[in-house]
Design a protein around this ligand. Structure first.
Ligand code: PHE
Length: 458
């Protein structure tokens, strides 16, 4: 394989010429595919309503600009400068003798933790797809749907089976390589997801009484705006953009030299927000039109929505579309999560892509079982008062990802600001005042905010 010498920080690093994304659109869509997941489609609608409507959205946008975008751009820059897996990226770029590369282990472990509960939900979605197609929810009232959901959670065998299918699907996509597998599939799935969401939002908005839902989402409810809104908006910034766990570093490593990182980051964030808003505009109007409780939280997708669709003409059809949307969102994110570990095995252990994919996914299947079992035989096992599944969700969004973001912000703001890779990839693309702001954000604002989120989370 061709080896090239690349000048970094005044020293030399050997960098293997590796696969790059076929196009900028592919890169933006694949990264957006990673960012857009269950968080945007499933979590966003209910937390917006719960924490202040438009006021919450504004706070979220503010955090996105002051810390989300700078951290995302920095993750891409680190990856592109080293063209290696997360661990090696930091080893190449960190000041000699320092320990920034520990972040790589943290990121990889975090990805597995995230995947453990993510695959469980993806398994439910796949199972729901078949249940809806078979007409299982037809004629049920809300309590009936809830019972069906509870029964599914209690059935360990079926959960493991469908989680296993999701794992195999992910493995097949990843093992085909970056361009032919991950990029192609993600590109197609993301475009489908956006189109489907538009169709569903139009359907929901044309139901009688739908405007109440729009009001719930976008009214400025200052009375609901509390300290918890601010904290949730911060945590959600990391979760919704998939920051802090090394994915964007990994993708940055496949990025062409000519791709404009700040501009692409803006596009990715825009797509993520737009999808979240579309999901909100699809879910809340339907919830209000059918007189359901908008604060049903996580149960919204698995109980409230199936019930709503079972009540409207051709609802089963729209429910299938909705399920496909969520499944696509979950799959594109989960494929990205394991890409981090696959890239590590390829880079560091020189494994073939196919063997790396199989190894990573077998590990995932074993770990995923633990999370799925927490609804059945292990429902008594509690960590910090939460069942394993809930603990993983809480730990990843409130602790792991913000801490990962903190490492990136500190490295970029304090240690590496003057290095060639930050200067070339970021600083030279912005005006002096924008730079001053980004530097301030990476040095002070983002670290401070993260510490507050983590401290409060704990
Ligand atoms: N951004 C994803 C979502 O909103 C979650 C995620 C986080 C996915 C980190 C991959 C990595 O659902």
């Amino acid at each position: 394989m061709l080896r090239v010498w690349r000048l970094i920080q005044g020293g030399y690093a050997i960098v293997k010429e590796r696969e790059t994304f076929a196009s900028r659109l592919g890169f933006v869509l694949i990264s957006a595919g990673c960012a857009i997941g269950l968080g945007n489609v499933w979590r966003f609608p209910y937390i917006v309503g719960q924490y202040g409507g438009a006021a919450f959205v504004l706070i979220y946008l503010l955090f996105l600009v002051i810390m989300g975008l700078p951290i995302m751009a920095m993750e891409f820059s680190v990856g592109r400068a080293s063209r290696k897996s997360i661990l090696a990226s930091f080893q190449v770029l960190e000041p000699e003798g320092s320990k920034w590369h520990w972040y790589g282990w943290f990121g990889m472990a975090g990805n597995y933790l995230l995947m453990m509960f993510y695959t469980t939900i993806a398994g439910w979605l796949l199972l729901y797809f078949f249940k809806v197609a078979a007409g299982e929810f037809r004629g049920l009232d809300a309590a009936g749907v809830e019972t069906a959901f509870g029964a599914m959670q209690g059935n360990v065998g079926i959960q493991l089976l469908f989680m296993g299918i999701v794992v195999v699907l992910g493995m097949l996509i990843c093992s085909r390589g970056l361009k032919n597998g991950v990029e192609k599939v993600n590109k197609a799935m993301m475009l489908c997801l956006l189109a489907l969401l538009v169709v569903l939002a139009v359907r929901a908005l044309t139901l009688p009484g739908a405007m109440e839902g729009v009001k719930f989402l976008f009214d400025f409810s200052f009375d609901k705006l509390t300290w918890m809104s601010v904290l949730n908006a911060m945590g959600f910034t990391f979760f919704s953009l998939s920051l802090g766990c090394g994915i964007m570093v990994t993708y940055g490593a496949y990025l062409k030299d000519s791709t404009d990182i700040p501009n692409s980051s803006l596009w990715i964030a825009y797509l993520a927000i737009q999808t979240a808003l579309l999901a909100g505009l699809m879910i809340m109007p339907a919830v209000f039109a059918m007189g359901q409780d908008p604060n049903a939280g996580p149960g919204l997708v698995f109980v409230t929505i199936p019930f709503i669709f079972s009540q409207i003409p051709f609802g089963w059809f729209f429910m299938i579309l909705f399920n496909v949307c969520l499944l696509v969102a979950a799959l594109t994110s989960s494929v990205s999560l394991l890409e981090v570990c696959i890239a590590y095995l390829q880079n560091e252990w020189h494994m073939k892509r196919i063997s790396a994919s199989i190894l990573c996914y077998v590990g995932l299947a074993l770990l995923g079982f633990v999370s799925a079992l927490s609804f059945g035989v292990w429902s008594d096992v509690k960590i910090f008062d939460r069942i394993i599944f809930d603990f993983l969700d809480w730990f990843c969004s409130n602790i792991m990802m913000p801490l990962g973001g903190l490492s990136i912000a500190l490295l970029a703001g304090w240690k590496a600001w003057n290095s060639t890779y930050v200067q070339v990839n970021l600083v030279k693309k912005y005006s002096a005042s924008a730079n001053a702001f980004i530097k301030f954000s990476l040095r002070f604002l983002a670290p401070l905010l993260v510490l507050v989120v983590v401290a409060t989370g704990v």
